[in-house]
Design a binder for this molecule. Structure first.
Ligand code: NAD
Length: 494
């Protein structure tokens, strides 16, 4: 693999873009400076601070909730067509500002520019999809079985919603929540991850330009997520909590939400199995592996975590992925031809080193990579590691980085048992040419999503979400808007 120097200063274009990104809290349609020490946002490719922004206090958080509550009735009463058209305008504006959003995500999160562009497309699709869904919120109507009355089932916006997003997809994780909430008629308070708040602030400005009224969307970056979130979640005026992030934080939020019996959606961690059978098209499997493992530098909840490969093809599969991995170019995501950017911070780098060390101590072999290169930024070499032994941390933990870990199996039952041996159940990938076997895997692997002969499943038109400890609820698809609607049944006697 080639490692490119990352000591770049900001270019004029980068400085000009960063200067246009708001640096305040967005509450009730106004930008506020905040009263606490600012959050310093870093470029993970250089470790340098690229912008300082306002840091919400618990009081700011409550004022954001006040604003969302104050705007709730009017937004809920806004015609679905009008809500849809505002979202459609937001989609169009995002296309116009595509280059800015892509560059901003690369600067604050590190992903290569081509991938950031892909995220603008993916994230934008939620705006388009839910602009179309806003006018299709329907109900049911029918005679009751006894013949004594009419049953009417209708849907109402659930009410003010609190949306907490992670750093790994700064735009898409925000649009995947904001778009269905607004389409359903809910107002929102958004708390972006403190490591990547700039994209959400820039997006709040875009929503205002698209015609979103004061108080409908409020954004409160903060360095103290827990102390700002707790009083919001405890407030009985809040009606919905939607969280994307790690399973441990999700568990704690569910416990808090239990106090007020709050509606929740939880998009939590993953530990995806990637199963390659002996009859798989190996070229397709290798291509799928590169996408499922190294997209977003391995920092995706859908990232393939455990490569479970039939013993008869494991060596060849490892040889071919290693050749591909060695051709990757590591560096600052803004530079031409870079395919692997930095990890999000130094803790992530330390965690990769520890995972490799643990696996090697237990008998695994590193075929390529395995180290953090010297120099600026939070880089870790893309790594292929084979003979990973049962009990290794690499198999238990969500890796969240560029380590491709291979273990082997001999029978189909063994593959299924290995795939399901985790408390997570977000997505699974299976490669086989045998359709009947593929169908059996769809039925037997315990996940909310499956990719059959593909390494990428996400689509705004499909329900995204997990089973087991990967979460509750679905985002996207026909299902996504239901997370922000409550069902009302009315009986009208004959
Ligand atoms: P994280 O759980 O550390 O943080 C997620 C968000 O929660 C951030 O905004 C953070 O500030 C906030 N947060 C942290 N502690 C909090 C608390 N006590 N109260 C309120 N908010 C709190 O996760 P992360 O490191 O930002 O993201 C990576 C994780 O997200 C991975 O586990 C990944 O699998 C998961 N993820 C899941 C999906 C999905 O759709 N299932 C998508 C993307 C990421």
């Amino acid at each position: 693999m080639t490692i490119v120097d990352t000591t770049a200063e900001l270019t004029a274009r980068e400085s000009e873009l960063l200067a246009r990104v708001p640096d305040g809290l967005f509450i009730g349609g106004r930008w506020e400076a905040g009263t606490r020490e600012q959050i310093q946002v870093q470029d993970p490719a250089t470790g340098r601070v690229i912008k300082r922004i306002a840091n919400a206090s618990p009081e700011d958080g409550m004022r954001a909730l006040d604003a969302a509550v104050a705007a709730a009735d009017e937004w809920a009463a806004t015609a679905p067509r009008v809500r849809g058209e505002i979202l459609r305008r937001a989609f169009d504006l995002l296309q116009e500002r595509r280059d800015d959003f892509a560059l901003l995500m690369t600067l604050e999160m590190g992903k290569p520019l081509a991938e950031a562009n892909g995220e603008v497309t993916y994230g934008g699709e939620f705006l388009r999809w839910f602009s179309e869904e806003a006018v299709r919120i329907s109900g049911r109507f029918g005679q009751n079985p006894e013949g004594t009355g009419t049953m009417v089932v209708s849907h109402r916006p659930v009410g003010p919603s609190f949306l907490i997003t992670p750093w790994n997809f700064p735009l898409a994780m925000a649009t995947r929540k904001i778009a269905p909430a607004l389409a359903a008629g809910c107002t929102v308070v958004v708390k972006p991850a403190e490591l990547t708040p700039l994209t959400t602030l820039f997006f709040a400005q875009l929503l205002t330009d698209a015609g979103v009224a004061e108080g409908v969307v409020n954004v409160i970056p903060t360095s103290t997520a827990r102390t700002v979130s707790e009083p919001i979640i405890a407030d009985p005026r809040l009606r919905k909590l939607s969280f994307t992030g790690s399973t441990p934080v999700g568990r704690s939020l569910l416990a808090q939400a239990g106090q007020n019996v709050l509606r929740t959606s939880m998009e939590l961690g993953g530990n995806a199995p990637f199963v390659v059978f002996e009859d798989a098209d190996l070229d397709k499997a290798v291509e799928g592996a590169m996408l499922a493992k190294f997209r977003n530098i391995g920092q995706a909840c859908t990232a393939a975590n455990r490569f479970i490969v039939h013993e008869s093809v494991a060596e060849e599969f490892a040889r071919r992925v290693t050749a591909k991995v060695e051709a990757l170019r590591i560096g600052r995501g803004t530079d031409d031809g870079i395919t692997i950017g930095p990890l999000i911070d130094d803790r992530a780098v330390a965690s990769m080193s520890a995972l490799v060390e643990d696996a090697v101590t237990r008998g695994a072999r590193v075929l390529t990579g395995g180290n953090a290169p010297e120099g600026d930024g939070f880089f870790f070499e893309p790594t292929v590691i084979v003979d990973v032994q049962p009990g290794s941390e690499l198999l238990r933990e969500e890796i969240f980085g560029p380590i491709l870990a291979i273990s082997t199996f001999s029978t189909e039952d063994e593959a299924v048992a290995a795939a399901n041996s985790t408390e997570y159940g977000l997505v699974g990938y299976v490669f086989t040419r045998d359709l009947a076997r593929g169908q059996r895997m769809i039925d037997r692997i315990d996940t909310g999503m499956m990719g059959l002969n593909t390494g990428l499943v996400s689509n705004a038109a499909a329900p995204f979400g997990g089973v087991k400890q990967s979460g509750l609820g679905r985002e996207g698809g026909l299902e996504g808007i239901n997370e922000y609607l409550s069902t009302k049944y009315t009986l009208i006697p004959a």
